[in-house]
Design a protein around this ligand. Structure first.
Ligand SMILES: Cc1ncc(COP(=O)(O)O)c(C=O)c1O
Length: 459
């Protein structure tokens, strides 16, 4: 072996640099640093995951000569598996949702993998969903191994044995806060566990896109209605086995527009050629730094992948404009405009523990068919007319009973900045939209509110 060379490309995984942000976060007291995981040979931090999953499966005898690796992947895990697979001698089949960029699909095909595309707009239990198609392929392919990044403990373990110790070593432990977007949860769970073992009081911050269910789940313990969004790789519509939400100290929510604008700024101002989930994580880290105010911390943000795969999206003005991310003003406005027009009085809400009688009276008085339920001032769910009716039919004469068993999560959570345009698809999934400012409920929108708002703009 020649001096200075690595034995093969697998040996080149890791050892990525950490760089300080100098412009985009100049207004916050804390210092924000980024870990450039997009410099891995397969283009993302998932190289580490792929390597650990394959080594683990080989140790357990689940992978051997001639095996085929099957994975449901949004691209990066696929590139990692294909790259490590090439060195270790395995074939790959990848199943992807159709919202993924064409560059991601082309990349996997370039590695020689077979790629199967599935619709995004179906429930995870639907036979066409990418989870179900994956299961079927695993069943039907001989000598196959389902790497299963959503449930395989070797995924978070990869970050526990590789990413986090590398960061700790590079920074000599001078780090206080770690920020990452959350998809499978592998990064945050594995790194979070390691950092918390090293330093008491270490803070783990998760970043979640609007539409994903993590944020509301952490805040209220409820699985609300997820809805689709554009940023790729982060957020989920179910709880993966690889996600340990207990390790997350704070969770920050971001919308597509701020993710994409920050991604562009990172490239243009800092020269950091990263992807949309990196922009999301940095936008989240800045919000967190703003929240902690004058306290100065060393914050490290993991940047999962590169701009390369998003050239036809985030970096294409036409695509950005077509999706409403570049215009200053959307002609339909935002949820804030709707709430203002509604000239909403104080929001009508009830508390956990209130009786059926009180709630029925309140709904009648205000002619509303569902009402938000607060628990110590925070949104805890909704009670609907239909559920009250069913309960009273089953238990006639129990008007003093508490509403607690009827609280449900059939709502979508948005912010005042959410575009009105988005509400149409959100209402396909959820009965009611709750508008939150940080954790405070600032409005409730029903379909009829939206109809009235749209009618008034054209009337
Ligand atoms: C681009 C990108 N960002 C972020 C993530 C989230 O990382 P994790 O799955 O470790 O939570 C992924 C995972 O698929 C990804 O592909």
């Amino acid at each position: 072996m020649m001096t200075g060379a690595r034995a093969n490309v697998v040996e080149a995984i890791g050892h990525t640099p950490i760089v300080k942000l100098n412009k985009v976060a100049a207004h916050v007291k804390s210092e924000i640093y980024v870990k450039m995981e997009f410099l891995n040979p397969g283009g993302s931090m998932k190289d580490r995951v792929a390597l650990n999953i394959i080594k683990d499966a080989e140790r357990k005898g689940l992978l051997g000569p001639g095996s085929t690796i099957i994975e449901a992947t949004s691209g990066n895990t696929g590139a990692g598996l294909a790259l490590v697979g090439a060195i270790h001698g395995y074939k790959c089949i990848f199943v992807m949702p159709d919202k993924m960029s064409s560059e991601k699909i082309a990349t996997l095909r370039a590695f020689g993998a077979k790629v199967v595309i599935c619709p995004t707009a179906v429930e995870p239990e639907d036979p066409r969903s990418y989870y179900e198609v994956t299961k079927r392929l695993v069943r039907d392919t001989p000598n196959s191994f389902h790497s299963n990044q959503y449930h395989n403990p070797a995924n978070p373990e990869a970050h526990y044995v590789s990413t986090a110790p590398e960061i700790w070593d590079q920074t000599k432990g001078e780090l206080d806060v770690f920020v990452a977007g959350m998809g499978t949860g592998g990064t945050i769970s594995g790194c979070g566990r390691y950092f918390k073992e090293q330093k008491p009081g270490f803070q783990i911050v998760g970043v979640d896109p609007i539409g994903s269910l993590y944020y509301e789940y952490v805040k209220t313990g409820r699985l609300t209605k997820p809805f689709s969004y554009y940023v790729e790789g982060i957020g989920e519509d179910f709880l993966p086995g690889t996600m340990n939400l207990k390790i997350v100290d704070s969770i920050v929510r971001v919308d597509d527009k701020e993710c994409f604008m920050m991604t562009r700024e990172l490239v243009r101002q800092e020269g950091i050629f990263c992807g949309g989930s990196s922009g999301a994580a940095v936008a989240g880290a800045i919000k967190y730094a703003e929240q902690i105010g004058s306290v100065k911390k060393n914050i490290l943000v993991l940047l999962p992948d590169s701009s390369q795969k998003y050239l036809s999206k985030i970096f294409d003005d036409e695509w950005m404009r077509a999706n409403g991310f570049l215009e200053e003003e959307d002609p339909l406005g935002t949820v804030r405009d709707l709430l203002q027009q509604k000239r909403q009085r104080a929001i009508i809400s009830v508390k956990r523990g209130d009786s059926l009688k009180d709630v029925v009276g309140l709904m009648k008085e205000h002619s509303i068919s569902q009402v938000p339920v607060l628990d110590k001032g925070r949104l805890s769910g909704l009670v609907s007319e239909l559920d009250l009716l069913n309960c009273l039919l089953k238990n006639p004469g129990q008007m003093e009973k508490s509403i607690d068993d009827l609280v449900e999560a059939d709502y979508a959570a948005v912010t005042a900045d959410t575009k009105i345009k988005l509400l149409r698809s959100i209402f396909n999934e959820a009965k009611v939209v709750c508008v939150l400012d940080r954790d405070e409920l600032v409005g409730v929108i029903t379909k009829i509110d939206l109809i009235e708002y749209l009618a008034s703009r054209h009337g």
